[in-house]
Write a new protein. Structure first.
Ligand SMILES: [Zn+2]
Length: 252
């Protein structure tokens, strides 16, 4: 009996049809002298007062909560924040233990099915959530704990034998020191390698350049903060470990 374009809760109740019902938000119930359709094409009702004119309706809060609404439990204003589900728990009860006859003996020596639960942690969504929170316009800024590699060594020129040797030695030394290290030995321009290092987001980058052979130094860059420092090659392993420990301690 509803007329599209002129629908109304008035005269819409169909007692013979149990699947038909009208839900009204409490705020709508308080509208004074409102207008509704009349369930007849081209007609409306004026001066509708829901508490007087609506019959057989269920009054319930049906709209989405918005920031500032009162908490239904304590009345305090609600604050809305974004979240992401990284895991979940399920209560399985005895459904599977009964089916599998998985039992234990209780204090009376009677066999009882285990009460089971399970949990899951979404690995891929955790990765996605971490990237969502830790990135900038250049790419990912991995927290050390989940970085694919903790430190990347980038020789500026893969054709410079001194740079290749120093980078290779540093790579072996960091590996021996149990650092999770990557050596970018691709024959690419320095800019490409730097951009890729930022994009992939290794927490620490060690750059081996012309000065490494000439002055015995390398440059260390922290991806998260952008801080750079120049250290002596023989200090590099200790300094990288120090930086990684510091980042870890700050959950960075
Ligand atoms: Zn509350």
């Amino acid at each position: 009996g509803l007329q599209p374009g002129y629908m109304s809760p008035m005269g819409a109740d169909k007692p013979d049809n149990e699947t038909f019902f009208v839900l009204v938000d409490p705020s709508a119930m308080n509208v004074p002298n409102g207008v509704t359709g009349a369930n007849k094409a081209g007609y409306h009702y004026q001066n509708v007062n829901p508490s007087r004119d609506f019959q057989n309706v269920t009054v319930t809060t049906i709209r989405n909560m918005v920031a500032g609404d009162s908490c239904p439990h304590c009345g305090a204003p609600v604050e809305i924040v974004r979240g992401i589900e990284v895991g979940q728990v399920f209560e399985l009860g005895t459904k599977y233990s009964e089916a599998l006859h998985a039992t234990f003996l209780d204090q009376n020596g009677k066999a009882k099915p285990y009460v089971m639960g399970c949990y899951g942690i979404g690995v891929t969504r955790t990765i996605a959530a971490a990237i969502e929170q830790f990135h900038d316009e250049h790419g990912i800024m991995w927290p050390v704990a989940i970085a694919p590699f903790e430190v990347a060594i980038v020789p500026v020129s893969s054709k410079d034998q001194d740079q290749v040797r120093i980078a290779g030695d540093l790579y072996q030394a960091l590996k021996a020191a149990k650092a999770d290290v990557l050596l970018d030995d691709r024959n690419e321009r320095a800019g490409v390698k730097f951009n890729d290092a930022d994009l992939i987001g290794y927490p620490v980058r060690v750059t081996v350049g012309k000065k490494s052979a000439a002055e015995g130094t390398v440059e260390i860059k922290i991806r998260r903060t952008g801080e750079q420092e120049v250290v002596a090659i023989d200090q590099a392993v200790a300094r990288v470990q120090e930086i990684l420990a510091d980042l870890r301690s700050k959950n960075m």
